[in-house]
Design a protein around this ligand. Structure first.
Ligand code: ARG
Length: 256
């Protein structure tokens, strides 16, 4: 029995060597790694004419691509509503979620998270002439948030009424058209929006909004994939790739 196993191992080893040296060496034999995202969140994910993964571009898409490629896999993206992501993960429709997703205790109940790769905070986007300077100034204002985002949770916890939208750009349009006074959303995304829309500014309030960490989610218990993801993230953090990507995608315009 032992001999057979040894022989089989040897055959396998030779096959793998031959494979590496010949045609199959360059192809991605590890299969497809499908990431779920919601491509409505620049600079992390947005639709572009040509992106890192098909039409999807942004910091997260570049990270996803590298994770797949370093594990000899082909990256694929499933674009869906933000609130469907963790359900799709549980259903096995996707292998991982990369969506500028903040790690929260509640989300940790339905998924396992990688090491964090980005630190953000909620900020307030207002018209340039707004008198809002701190979060409590929102008390008597019309507040817009995005459905299912941590910004919605924050404003809800503060006890203020708000209106929620499916997309960041929809909330921004409300603000631009004076139908709302303030949009609460993640910092880097806010920077993109004020770059793309004239007459808006960002108001920060670090005593009201705690810092948040973005991480990749996998199905609970999928330690094999989580380890693969963590190895690549660790490397991309320590060699400066993540900072380079952040700088690149925060600087460049999203609107084409
Ligand atoms: N960081 C926020 C959260 O986790 C917003 C993320 C939105 N991401 C997206 N791809 N739409 O709730």
């Amino acid at each position: 029995m032992k001999k057979v196993t040894k022989a089989a191992t040897l055959v396998l080893a030779i096959t793998m060597m031959v494979c590496t040296l010949t045609a199959c060496g360059g192809s991605k034999d590890g299969g497809t790694l499908t990431f779920g995202t919601n491509a409505e969140f620049p600079p992390f994910e947005f639709v572009a004419s040509s992106g890192s993964i098909g039409q999807y571009d942004g910091i997260d898409m570049a990270i996803a691509k590298q994770i797949a490629e370093e594990n000899d896999m082909t990256p694929a993206i499933e674009n869906m509503e933000f609130e469907s992501l963790l359900v799709a993960l549980q259903n096995g429709q996707i292998d991982a979620v990369i969506a500028g997703m903040t790690v929260t205790d509640e989300r940790k109940e339905s998924a396992d998270f990688s090491i964090p790769y980005y630190t953000a905070t909620q900020v307030m986007i207002v018209k340039e002439d707004s008198d809002i300077t701190v979060a409590t100034d929102m008390a008597d204002k019309r507040i817009c948030v995005i459905q299912g985002y941590t910004g919605e949770i924050c404003v809800g916890d503060m006890g203020y009424p708000y209106e929620s939208f499916k997309k960041g750009t929809d909330a921004i349009m409300e603000l631009v058209n004076d139908k709302c006074d303030v949009v609460v959303i993640d910092s880097a995304t806010a920077q993109k929006y004020i770059k793309d829309n004239e007459g808006l500014k960002i108001v920060e309030d670090s005593s009201a909004f705690e810092s948040e960490e973005y991480a990749i989610a996998v199905k609970k218990g999928n330690t094999e994939l989580l380890d693969k993801i963590n190895n690549v993230i660790e490397k991309m953090l320590s060699d400066g790739t993540v900072s380079e990507l952040s700088a690149k995608y925060i600087e460049t315009a999203t609107a084409e």
